[in-house]
Ligand binder design. Structure first.
Ligand code: ADP
Length: 243
């Protein structure tokens, strides 16, 4: 359902992605692991053209964009296929929890307000925040704010949810509640790509793990193989440091 083919991205002279190829099936939960600076976030951002690749072809569902011939309309269609959960939540501070979750539905998807409200309430219930619909982000803990971010992504009913280190800004005691929510929605068959440093979580929740280093995919496979019997030295060293 998702195909990433020969993806390249440079920032100035710094080549951050050096020809990435990844295939994702519908319902896959894929964890992307790798040292800081290996290009994981850039890869996610290229998938919705928040970053424009220098080269490569991206397909999500029935939308394909070749970086060599991009039309504005294609970017719009591609962005509708995914929703991103950011490390730093990226909520509107002056809007309530409910308004934050409704925003994309009303403004981007042109869903009417009544229906958007119903969808938003349902998703907030799913992440356990039905008591907080009228609160503002700053009245919530980091874990609760991130759960709003997840509800907002779910509300858009995307083909794929892209998680960019969803727990790395959280105090340790708040990580569990966010991972619990991601674990729960992973069982619903939603396709997910998760950049994470939570090794145990990646091992448990994903059906495939991709290890990146230096802008390339070094190794990929089922969690048991990658964690128990990694083939590449770079993977072995990284896992040794992380576990
Ligand atoms: P990771 O998510 O694996 O930590 P990133 O994709 O965030 O890696 O970053 C990879 C490299 O790209 C880093 O060297 C980073 O400094 C650089 N980089 C990322 N975004 C930008 C940007 N907008 N401008 C310049 N350099 C960037």
């Amino acid at each position: 359902m998702i195909s990433i083919s020969n993806l390249h991205k440079k920032f100035g002279k710094n080549e951050v992605l050096k020809g990435i190829n990844i295939q994702v099936d519908k319902g896959d939960v894929i964890s992307i692991l790798g040292p800081s600076g290996s290009g994981k976030t850039t890869l996610l951002r290229c998938l919705n053209y928040l970053e424009r690749p220098d080269e490569g072809i991206i397909t999500i569902d029935n939308v394909t964009i070749d970086s060599k011939k991009v039309h504005k309309k294609d970017i719009y269609h591609l962005r509708k296929k995914s929703a991103m959960v950011f490390q730093s939540y990226n909520l509107f501070q002056h809007k309530t929890v409910l308004q934050n979750v409704m925003e994309g539905l009303v403004v981007v998807q042109k869903v009417n307000v009544k229906e958007a409200r119903e969808i938003a309430l349902e998703m907030l219930k799913k992440v356990g925040l039905e008591q907080k619909v009228d609160a503002y982000p700053l009245q919530l803990s980091g874990g609760q704010q991130q759960r709003v971010g997840i509800a907002r992504a779910l509300a858009l009913n995307p083909e794929v949810i892209l998680f960019d280190e969803p727990t790395s800004a959280l105090d340790p005691e708040l990580v569990g509640e966010v991972l619990d929510v991601i674990r729960k929605i992973s069982r619903e068959g939603i396709t997910m790509i998760i950049v994470t440093h939570e090794m145990n979580f990646a091992r448990e929740v994903s059906n495939r793990v991709i290890f990146m280093d230096g802008g390339v995919v070094v190794e990929e496979g089922v969690p048991n193989d990658i964690f128990r019997t990694p083939k590449e030295d770079r993977t072995k060293q990284f896992l040794k440091r992380m576990t």
